[in-house]
Design a protein around this ligand. Structure first.
Ligand code: AMP
Length: 704
């Protein structure tokens, strides 16, 4: 009999006996008051009379997340360990903080906030660049038992106003400017003032961290504006500090607004108890990060859930060091930055989005920096794993980095795709690096991670019962595409409601499957061969193309296209077609040093790409056209491809409306990309004229 792998054993133990499992892991954090129960199930009834399942993790317990992230380590004699390495290539500055220093910063800032009127249960909005003060702010707010809502610094005033309106923050903590890549400082004063102006709710205070690169001038006291550094200085002189306040397990630690690729942002609430226990478990089990001596570098932003969990809370919960990076994968100053950071801080575990690796591949197609500079001199030996999430990782990028890690990083180093969302708070699926963390039955053999399958995001994580169902909610066979859903209750890190909107929680996540399942909004499959619960997240449900009544995932097509050695990136959208409803249409960026100017790829590339799609997906999915260009694939700031924008450009073009405005979400990373894409679409349509679909249509007709 083949013995089950430790990851499977841990998974089934968690799901068959959650009380024992999570009860054991709850002991790894400090409780001000021990929970009375591990999980409690109940019902919630909405205004219209609909009632649905609700659950509470660790009821009766009281906890302080900040105490667990900071004070606990100092109390345990680990105060001189490094907590934060701040590295900012955009300003040329670096800083580091031990846990002792972090405690001083956080208790003083919490004292300031209390003096400024912040109390337990209040919301404080954070709109900050990637500087250490942003982490102090999160921890200081949590120290008072207040709730933070971090909004990505750089969001336009309209988007910020929406979030102020929705979260009704007592105060805003911000900075005088952010610095985006090599673009130089951009002032936050105008953004904040305009957002507050637009919102009907007015925060009482705005606390401003002054940066030398661009100051907020003048600080208007009558508008509730305060100079952060001055307040802290005065508090220090007076010895003002605040102790950690504990909150109920089910109280909110923070609100995070989902990235909003679809609809209005939703305020996901993270509860204090479940979050601490679940994250403390996940960083050990999945990430293999255990505490002092480990250095985690999560190249994301604190505005996103990946940043909340794996820049800030998880590494600090277990007393490891975290790298806070203010820069970009390329251009600050070049594509070597990530590898420089790994070498300089002896990073053991890295986490980023595949889009960052694609950007590096575009700039440094030969991986010269990784191999010839840092790898060759042994600078990357500390790295044990490269975690990827936020969007689908195409196998070509996973395989490429897997080869690089094998040659230049720690023995057995792995690239691990993991799937999750703001709602889940920690990965829903992945391959656990330390499968036996905290368990007692492990043998070395079983503890070796499960094999990685490029293109798959691993197996479901403890606490998440993932299923694939059809539109009626019936489970589909293994290997079939469907809706990815989860059964109730979700794992402890996950949400249980939306901020102040139980109705929307029900409508957005439960109603579709009549309260039986939580809808993840993702489509995908669980494959057949030996993995009990592997999930391959292929696409968001709204990125499914319907071609002649066959459903195709745009992600699967992009996967086929990017397996071409010269294609760095691809985005596939549907183009209207009289015969088939839609045909797939590809936007591609080549990995050549000198990108060709023409919007239409040369015949060789066209044929090769078309063949890959036909071979890997099927002739029926043949592309209805292809545009090549650099810097034309728009993305959200969290790295998700905005296919909708490209689709609108293409649809408008087919109706001759080449200049028609397209709706661009405020989350877009670079608006310029939309205009580059528009210019390419124009050129393409000019060249191809009205005969654009002739070949594809002719082929399809021949088959009917
Ligand atoms: P957000 O809430 O902004 O973090 O976005 C969550 C969404 O990102 C998920 O619902 C997926 O659509 C997508 N996503 C995250 N991780 C992955 C992954 N590893 N593979 C595919 N899609 C992913």
């Amino acid at each position: 009999m083949v013995s089950e792998h430790a990851q499977d054993l841990v998974y089934s133990r968690a799901n068959s006996n959650p009380d024992d499992f999570w009860g054991m892991h709850a002991k790894n954090v400090h409780w001000h008051k021990t929970p009375e129960k591990i999980i409690e199930k109940s019902k919630k009834t909405l205004k219209g009379g609909v009632s649905h399942d609700h659950w509470t993790w660790f009821p009766g317990g009281e906890i302080s997340t900040t105490f667990n992230c900071v004070d606990r380590h100092v109390r345990d004699g680990k105060g001189s360990n490094i907590a934060i390495y701040w590295d900012s290539p955009v300003t040329g500055a670096k800083e580091q903080f031990t846990y002792n220093q972090l405690l001083q910063e956080v208790e003083t800032l919490a004292g300031v906030l209390r003096e400024e009127g912040v109390k337990q249960g209040d919301v404080v909005l954070i709109y900050m660049p990637m500087i250490s003060a942003a982490i102090f702010a999160m921890l200081a707010i949590a120290r008072l038992g207040a709730i933070h809502a971090v909004v990505f610094g750089g969001f336009a005033p309209a988007a910020l106003a929406q979030r102020i309106e929705a979260s009704r923050p007592k105060a805003i903590m911000t900075a005088s400017c952010g610095i985006e890549g090599s673009k130089g400082p951009s002032g936050y004063k105008k953004m904040i003032e305009e957002a507050v102006e637009r919102s009907t709710f007015k925060p009482y205070k705005t606390i401003i961290w002054q940066r030398d690169e661009l100051r907020w001038d003048p600080v208007l006291k009558e508008n509730g504006q305060r100079n952060w550094q001055r307040l802290v200085k005065s508090a220090r002189n007076r010895g003002l500090k605040a102790d950690a306040v504990s909150v109920k397990s089910e109280d909110g630690l923070y609100i995070i607004y989902t990235s909003g690729t679809t609809g209005l942002p939703k305020g996901v609430v993270r509860t204090a108890g479940g979050h601490a226990v679940g994250l403390n478990f996940s960083i050990k089990h999945l990430f293999g990060v255990h505490g002092p001596g480990d250095v985690m570098f999560t190249a994301s932003d604190i505005g996103w859930v990946v940043g909340h969990s794996y820049i800030v809370y998880a590494p600090l919960l277990i007393g490891a060091a975290t790298v806070l990076f203010e820069g970009k994968p390329v251009g600050t100053p070049d594509a070597s930055t990530f590898w420089r950071i790994v070498e300089e801080y002896k990073v053991t575990t890295m986490f980023t989005a595949p889009t960052a690796l694609r950007a590096i591949r575009r700039e440094d197609g030969e991986n010269t920096f990784f191999e010839k500079t840092y790898g060759a001199r042994g600078g990357l030996k500390s790295l044990r794993a490269l975690f990827l999430a936020g969007e689908r990782s195409e196998p070509s990028i996973v395989e490429m980095y897997q080869r690089l890690l094998k040659r230049h990083c720690a023995d057995g180093a792995l690239v691990v795709d993991n799937w999750w969302s703001s709602e889940s708070g920690s990965p829903i699926s992945g391959v656990a690096l330390s499968a036996t963390a905290g368990e007692d039955f492990a043998t070395q053999q079983r503890a070796r991670p499960l094999p990685i399958k490029p293109g798959s995001a691993g197996k479901a994580m403890p606490g998440f019962d993932v299923q694939v169902v059809d539109d009626e909610g019936h489970p589909v066979e293994r290997g079939q595409m469907g809706n990815m859903v989860m059964s109730i209750p979700l794992a402890p890190t996950a949400f249980t409601t939306l901020w102040g909107d139980e109705d929307r929680f029900y409508k957005s996540y439960l109603k579709r499957f009549h309260g039986r399942w939580v809808d993840t909004g993702d489509a995908g499959m669980i494959d057949k061969d030996g993995y009990s619960k592997p999930v391959s997240i292929m696409s968001r449900s709204d990125d499914i193309l319907n071609v002649a009544a066959h459903r195709f995932s745009t992600g699967a097509m992009e996967q086929a296209i990017t397996s071409h050695p010269n294609v760095a990136e691809a985005a596939v959208v549907g183009i209207p077609d009289q015969l088939k409803g839609h045909l797939p249409f590809a936007f591609i960026t080549l990995s050549t040093h000198q990108h060709p100017d023409a919007a239409v790829p040369d015949e060789k590339v066209s044929k090769e790409v078309q063949k890959l799609v036909r071979d890997q997906i099927g002739a029926i999915a043949s592309l209805g056209g292809m545009i090549q260009g650099k810097g034309m694939i728009p993305k959200t700031r969290s790295g998700k491809t905005l296919r909708r924008v490209l689709r609108e450009l293409i649809e408008n073009a087919t109706h001759g409306q080449l200049d028609k405005e397209v709706a661009v979400p405020s989350t877009i990373e670079d608006k310029e990309a939309v205009e580059v894409a528009r210019a390419k679409v124009k050129e393409y349509f000019r060249l191809k004229g009205k005969d654009l679909h002739k070949p594809a249509e002719a082929r399809a007709r021949a088959k009917l």
